[in-house]
Unconditional design. Structure first.
Lengths: 161, 726
């Protein structure tokens, strides 16, 4: 067991845990943020995607000790229902989720993509999103929603100029 | 996914659909953290007692102005969390943002709470409309009474009752107390379809905001104070038993509290395992990995897919049970001027919902509380009661959002396992399956093997047709068969019976294959495999006589006008008759079965060694489309699941176990592999029918038929490599 400090969604959380415990279970079961989901445990499905310093990682294979004192963002830190991130807004407008279980991970991958590439092509969306499985088959809506989020981000940029 | 026709047990489950229950009791409702309705709580009620009118278990009106519509079906992604309340709201003359939708807990007053067989909307349509209309009529009468005016001068609109001559109005909340004194009408007048404001128009699902913010609570998210996490090492071979185990290393690990033999009851079968219970899931998993178990692998240790295929092929030479027979196939086939014969092989499959199986159970004396992702909340209640020999009302079932069902969660084994463990240790226990547990544990979609024959007369008209289906029985592996001579599953004939082609001499054979592995209802059940064989072979027939495959089908359809219309609609929407670019091919398939009816046209273009899917056009006849946008979602999803089964992994067995264990070797179609899918809904004012499953069966044969059209290569076995046709 080890005492580890995590910076999750801007808040410092100190936990006493097995340093080998994957970040996924630390976030879900120790810190109590349930939005990040368990899908495969071997970085195959992307349901557990969170951001480490703004970049998407698979939390199911990331030992919690390896991210001590680093900035972690989970779906709860992206936006809330009263303050939606443009990606979440686009997800609602395109009615992307069905069961919804993989969608936290899908959104985390999309937010990271748009941060580095605000206007991605279809090929770039393919590249960024092929690590996220959706068994309900919402892929075409995910693609549409990313394009829409890109438009929403541009509109936001215009109005804040 | 549980077809109406499969067994007496299933039939019972579907016939129990609750009728409108009359009651005015105030009930303890549960928000289960899933309710997301926007509440219009006018606080003018301060100091006044709460009056609540339960028009039916699904409709509760409060004098605060709050309107509560119960979502009594689990939300597995199919949209019932919206579609059910929306149908009530239509008749009640309110919009969905004026109501609070609450997820119901298991309770017999809700009747059939199960979701399967694409049945929810079609099964509840009349009942939901009646519930909403009854409430509307009671409120209208209450207003007439209040104003002392004739009731036919009053009408409902937008959460208020209006008096037409004077224009005055009262909100529903102000009428609740008087409405409570009025009898619930048994046959309220339903609205005309032309007056629908909500039904038939695309609308936003209320569960989606919670699903994009991480706030939606699934079974796996449930927790209670003092609970232990469990991970269970499961029998590597189906039906293996635990001879002994050594938990010395496990017990030394931090956080591990209990190690014990586990049992998991799935209908007639009970499976064994060794459970590690710990303070955290990670600790339980680590403890599990340190176990040393000596298994008795039992009689099925040598079970493997190669032998199965050989056996299926042999069985295809037999006649099995003749399910349907018209004219004289043998004679007509023998005398046919032209003959065609082909065999098709379809694999086992795993459901692989994104949320692995899980359940939190807390057994305290003779009561139990359960939190789980299930398709059958009322069966969870009843089966748990039976399992523990306690009354059903002692079993509380919290219905959580479900991270994918596809039929897997029509099985209650994950619940029974958690209940067993909680009872043994006297604490709440949350069992979380690994992906490997989920993938390799079954129950599986049955593999099927088809032999088809067709005979044509000298004018190239089909005169003889036979489809032999070799299939394991879902019902036999789950419930056993009373009559050992009748072990075949009638479900294996679903869709074949509905096939609209009229050929004078026709035989369908249902050939039972005994497989020692639990089988389950998978999305579209047997149609997920048999449609591929049937609709590919009909395509072979068309090509054999040099006819356009779509026109050939149209010519064969007799009295099934609805399917004829669907095929014509698909032809027109897909641009079937337009010329194709060089190197392209097109394929069509369509299917009608217990869940509903849909069809696909797939366009492909030739690549180096394979084909690329250019686009897919799907058409569905679902009767009235309650939420057309959600109908499209369901057909898109069914199409993707059909393509996944056609192009990605088979589930195979070797040495008595499933060889595929996670998404690296049991692969899913991914975003970069998904072609554009257009969905067209046939305009209809008929009562709604299913949409969850019909989008699946025709996708694969339409694709394979397109592959043939483009390349001349006929696909008779799934999955196949789209990039290398060999």
């Amino acid at each position: 067991m080890a005492v580890i400090s995590l910076i999750i969604n801007g808040k410092k959380r100190t936990i006493n845990t097995d340093p080998q415990m994957p970040l996924l279970w630390a976030v879900r079961d120790v810190v109590g943020l349930k939005g990040t989901k368990f899908g495969c445990g071997m970085a195959q499905c992307g349901a557990c995607t969170v951001h480490l310093n703004g970049k998407p990682i698979r939390s199911c294979i990331t030992p919690v000790s390896s991210v001590a004192n680093k900035k972690i963002t989970t779906i709860e830190g992206v936006g809330s229902e009263t303050r939606l991130h443009p990606v979440q807004q686009a997800w609602i407008e395109e009615q992307v989720p069905q069961c919804g279980y993989c969608q936290s991970g899908q959104i985390m991958s999309a937010v990271a993509l748009l941060k580095t590439n605000p206007d991605p092509t279809d090929a770039e969306i393919d590249q960024a999103m092929s690590g996220n499985i959706c068994r309900c088959g919402t892929y075409n809506r995910v693609r549409k929603a990313i394009h829409r989020a890109s438009d929403l981000l541009k509109e936001t940029a215009l109005t804040t100029k | 996914m549980k077809p109406q026709s499969s067994s007496s047990m299933n039939r019972r489950a579907f016939l129990k659909a609750g009728s409108l229950t009359v009651s005015s009791l105030v009930i303890g409702v549960n928000s289960a953290e899933a309710g997301t309705g926007l509440v219009n709580l006018s606080e003018q009620m301060a100091g006044k007692a709460l009056v609540s009118l339960e028009v039916s278990p699904l409709v509760i009106l409060e004098n605060t102005g709050k309107i509560i519509l119960m979502a009594h079906k689990p939300e597995i992604g199919q949209g019932t969390f919206q579609s059910m309340p929306l149908i009530v709201a239509e008749e009640l003359e309110v919009s969905l943002d004026q109501v609070e939708i609450r997820q119901a807990m298991a309770d017999k007053k809700f009747g059939n709470m199960g979701v399967g067989g694409s049945y929810s909307v079609r099964g509840e349509w009349a009942n939901l409309r009646k519930a909403g209309a009854a409430a509307r009529e009671m409120l209208t009468q209450a207003a007439a009474k209040t104003w002392n005016v004739p009731v036919d001068e009053c009408y409902a609109k937008d959460g208020k009752i209006f008096h037409k001559p004077s224009g005055k109005s009262l909100p529903y909340g102000a009428l609740t107390e008087i409405a409570k004194t009025i009898d619930v009408p048994k046959e309220p007048k339903l609205k005309d379809a032309k007056d629908f404001r909500l039904v038939g128009k695309p609308s936003k699902r209320p569960d989606i905001p919670a699903k994009v913010t991480g706030r939606a609570k699934f079974g796996i998210d449930a927790e209670v104070p003092g609970m232990l996490y469990a991970s269970v090492e499961r029998a590597p071979v189906m039906q293996a038993t635990v001879k002994s185990f050594d938990d010395t290393a496990t017990r030394k690990m931090p956080g591990v509290r209990h190690v014990l033999k586990a049992e998991r009851k799935m209908y007639k079968n009970t499976f064994q395992g060794v459970a590690v219970l710990a303070d955290s899931y990670w600790a339980a998993l680590q403890g599990r990995r340190a176990l040393k178990i000596d298994w008795d692998n039992g009689p099925h240790a040598a079970f493997n897919s190669t032998d199965i295929t050989t056996r299926f092929k042999e069985l295809a030479k037999t006649d099995g049970h003749v399910d349907t027979s018209k004219g004289n196939f043998d004679e007509a086939f023998a005398g046919a001027a032209r003959k065609l014969e082909a065999e098709y092989e379809l694999p086992f499959a795993a459901h692989a919902p994104m949320e692995p199986q899980n359940c939190l159970a807390s057994v305290k004396g003779d009561t139990v509380e359960i939190w789980t992702s299930t398709q059958l909340p009322d069966d969870v209640q009843k089966e748990t009661a039976k399992y523990l020999a306690i009354p059903p009302e002692n079993v509380t079932v919290h219905v959580m959002f479900v991270g994918g069902g596809f039929g897997r969660r029509l099985f209650l084994d994950q619940v029974m396992e958690a209940v067993y463990l909680s009872k043994q240790v006297g604490r709440p226990v949350k069992v979380v399956w690994t992906r490997e547990d989920d993938m390799a544990g079954g129950p599986f979609r049955p593999a099927t093997y088809s032999l088809l024959r067709a005979g044509f007369d000298a004018a190239n008209t089909p005169v003889a047709f036979q489809h032999k289906v070799v299939a394991p029985s879902i019902n036999d592996t789950q419930f056993g068969s009373k009559d050992p001579a009748k072990r075949q599953d009638d479900g294996a004939m679903e869709g074949l019976k509905e096939a609209p082609y009229e050929i004078p001499n026709l035989t369908y054979n249902n050939i039972f294959a005994d497989v020692p592995v639990p089988m389950g209802w998978w999305r579209a059940v047997y149609s997920a495999t048999t449609c591929f064989a049937h609709e590919s072979f009909v395509d072979e027939m068309a090509h054999a006589v040099g006819q356009d495959p779509l026109a050939f089908r149209l010519n064969l359809i007799g009295k099934n006008v609805r399917m004829k219309n669907l095929l014509r609609f698909l032809r027109d929407q897909s641009g079937w008759e337009k010329p194709l670019p060089a190197g392209w091919g097109k394929g069509v398939a369509f299917w009608q079965f217990f869940a509903g009816q849909a069809g696909h046209v797939v366009y492909v273009s030739k690549t180096d060694k394979g084909v690329k899917i250019e686009k897919i056009i799907a058409a569905v006849d679902c009767g009235t489309a309650v939420n057309p946008d959600n109908v499209r979602s369901q057909i898109e999803g069914g199409t993707v699941m059909g393509l996944t089964a056609a192009l990605k992994s088979a589930l195979t067995f070797d040495e008595g176990r499933a060889r595929q264990t996670n998404f690296h070797d049991y692969q899913m179609l991914r975003l970069n592999e998904t072609p554009p899918i257009e969905v067209h809904i046939l305009p209809s004012s008929e009562s709604p029918i299913g949409v969850g499953e019909p989008g699946l069966p025709p996708a694969a044969p339409a694709l394979a038929n397109a592959v043939f059209a483009a390349t001349g290569k006929r696909i008779r076995k799934l999955p196949f490599d789209i990039n290398d046709l060999g």
